[in-house]
Design a protein around this ligand. Structure first.
Ligand code: HEC
Length: 147
């Protein structure tokens, strides 16, 4: 999946900006976190596409959100309580290390992009390509698509 497809999916999922994240390990908190990540990716996408002017602060904020949220995301999957949650793909429990590694990759790639802060629209597009591949890798393996 390329980042344009990710963005399209994000828009379809009705991503709201500024959603409050309750880090309580429930399905809702996971969805809220993913929506937060999706909103940040959407902000980067708008710049990469030229819908919004390049803005270093906005890029920094979006990358920080992705890095921090991706780091906390796997902690929302608690094997003790969630194994019966039909919303969670059972493959996550069988491959928890890999699942965590995929979240860590997204977080690490966002941190790398942050350190080298993309300086223009093209740079944002390039960073988004890397991040989008991380989204796609995990979604393909572990996300239960509902349609
Ligand atoms: C480590 C794995 C992983 C990574 C990396 C990942 N996601 Fe997700 N994502 C998931 C899982 C799992 C779900 C389904 C959550 C659930 O149903 O509890 C999901 C769901 C979503 C949703 C749907 C939320 C809803 O409203 O249902 C969006 C939007 C989303 N992800 C965006 C992204 C974007 C954008 C990226 C990359 C910047 C990304 N995700 C990276 C695992 C991941």
């Amino acid at each position: 999946m390329n980042w344009k497809a990710i963005l399209a999916a994000t828009v379809l999922a009705g991503v709201a900006c500024g959603s409050v994240v309750a880090a309580d390990g429930t399905h809702d908190s996971r969805i809220a976190m993913m929506k937060k990540i999706g909103g940040a990716a959407g902000a980067l996408g708008a710049i990469a596409k030229g819908d919004k002017p390049y803005d270093a602060d906005a890029v920094k904020a979006a990358l920080t959100t992705i890095a921090e949220t991706a780091k906390a995301f796997p902690d929302q999957f608690n094997p003790d309580s969630d194994k019966t949650d039909a919303e969670v793909n059972p493959k996550i429990w069988d491959n928890l290390d890999d699942f965590k590694a995929k979240a860590a990759k997204l977080s690490g790639d966002a941190e790398t992009a942050l350190a080298q802060l993309p300086a223009d629209k093209a740079g944002v597009g390039a960073a988004l390509k890397t991040l989008g591949a991380d989204c796609g890798a995990c979604h393909q393996a572990y996300r239960i698509t509902k349609n």
